[in-house]
Design a protein around this ligand. Structure first.
Ligand SMILES: *Cc1c(COP(=O)(O)O)cnc(C)c1O
Ligand code: SF4
Length: 362
């Protein structure tokens, strides 16, 4: 058995297993773990410094998960936009293809909390075949995002089969993998796995670091292996109350990601997902955090801040109010809050119009 398999097997799945080490009363949490599965492997557990810290909050069930009466189960209406099970086709040229229902850890804030780790998401050989057939039948799909659950929990062989089948579709230009494995179980990024992945370029990986303490020697090594194989690495962070909801933590995270060759891609406003209400921050706080990045550190460390619109509207970018006024004079505010003016040239149609007017009255 490989190291990562042993780590996964040694995962804690019951809150009671935490009581001795952290001295907490785990009884109220047992019910939570029954509703939403818990899985914390010894590697991720080792990153927890004390009960309630940002790593703990992401991994350990909280009683608040059962007292959320605000958020719906599937706010993004993924089920409505699924032409076949486990494939979401929301945008014109790309699809989200769910190929694994398991994760190396069950994040308490997960957007697919309704599906992961349980029986509901039954991803079978048949559902994957159906997904592939759908992609084959739609030549407009040029970008396939493998997601789940975590696709990198599949065996090397199974992953190779899926990647090969996708690469055999000439209209598929790029493949992306969304995975939290480099963060929660970096030991899974083995040389053998990397050999499989690098055979299917252009292949991108988007990972999911949420806190600077998740950037360790092990996760850095995992990302280095992937980057050395020519795989461009992006990161999607979710803005989470009590985890990364302050400007200095977020800035440190973005800077540390660049240092391990991971380019910050998105910061997500937390989705309105049932059982995760206690993680949500206000949009105003999100804008403050984004404002504290742009200009104050490199543009490379300033990802787009987006809300995935409830109702399935897709990702909508949000910007602090840098643009003060449009028109002949564009008034702008820089990162220090100082105003600047840019003289707008007329648009081609307006320029044409004014030339005609001039010619008509010589
Ligand atoms: C996020 C997402 C994508 C990918 O969006 P990009 O902005 O291209 O990264 C595609 N499909 C669905 C359903 C998504 O939620
Ligand atoms: S790894 Fe991703 S899909 Fe799995 S529980 Fe965490 S956030 Fe959800």
């Amino acid at each position: 058995m490989e190291t990562w398999q042993k780590l996964l097997q040694a995962s804690i799945t019951r809150p009671a297993d935490l009581t001795r080490r952290f001295g907490i009363d785990s009884r109220p949490l047992e019910e939570v773990a029954e509703r939403y599965p818990m899985r914390v492997n010894p590697y991720y557990l080792s990153l927890i410094k004390s009960a309630g810290d940002p790593i703990w909050r992401q991994a350990v069930p909280s009683a608040e998960e059962l007292t959320d009466f605000t958020c719906p189960e599937d706010p993004l209406e993924e089920e409505n936009q699924s032409p076949v099970p486990n494939l979401v086709h929301r945008y014109p040229d790309r699809v989200l293809f769910l190929v694994c229902s398991e994760c190396a850890m069950y994040c308490r804030f997960c957007t697919r909390k309704r599906k992961v780790g349980g029986e509901e998401m039954a991803i079978t050989r048949t559902s994957i075949e159906e997904g592939l057939a759908y992609i084959r039948s739609r030549p407009e799909i040029r970008d396939v995002i493998l997601s789940g659950g975590d696709p990198l929990l599949l065996s090397d062989e199974r992953l190779e089969e899926i990647l090969k089948a996708l690469r055999a579709i000439p209209t598929v230009e790029i493949i992306r993998i969304g995975t939290r494995i480099p963060v929660v179980l970096p030991q899974r990024i083995t040389p053998a796995l990397v050999r499989v992945l690098r055979r299917h370029h252009p292949l991108y990986i988007n990972t999911h670091f949420n806190h600077p303490d998740e950037i360790t020697e092990s996760s850095s090594r995992a990302c280095a292996r992937l980057a050395d194989a020519g795989i461009p690495l992006g990161n999607q962070t979710v803005l989470l109350r009590g985890v990364n909801d302050d400007p200095s933590t977020m800035k440190r995270l973005m800077q540390k990601l660049l240092a391990i060759r991971v380019k910050p891609y998105y910061i997500y406003q937390a989705d309105m997902v049932k059982g995760t209400d206690h993680f949500r921050t206000s949009v105003e706080e999100g804008l403050e955090i984004v404002r504290a990045l742009r200009g104050h550190t490199s543009g490379m460390a300033s990802p787009a801040y987006v809300i995935d619109a409830p109702g399935g509207g897709g990702k909508i970018p949000l910007l602090p109010d840098y643009l003060q006024n449009l028109g002949e004079n564009v008034v702008l505010k820089n990162y220090l809050g100082e105003s600047y003016t840019y003289r707008n040239p007329p648009r081609p149609a307006e320029a044409e119009e004014s030339r005609r007017v001039v010619n008509a009255h010589p």
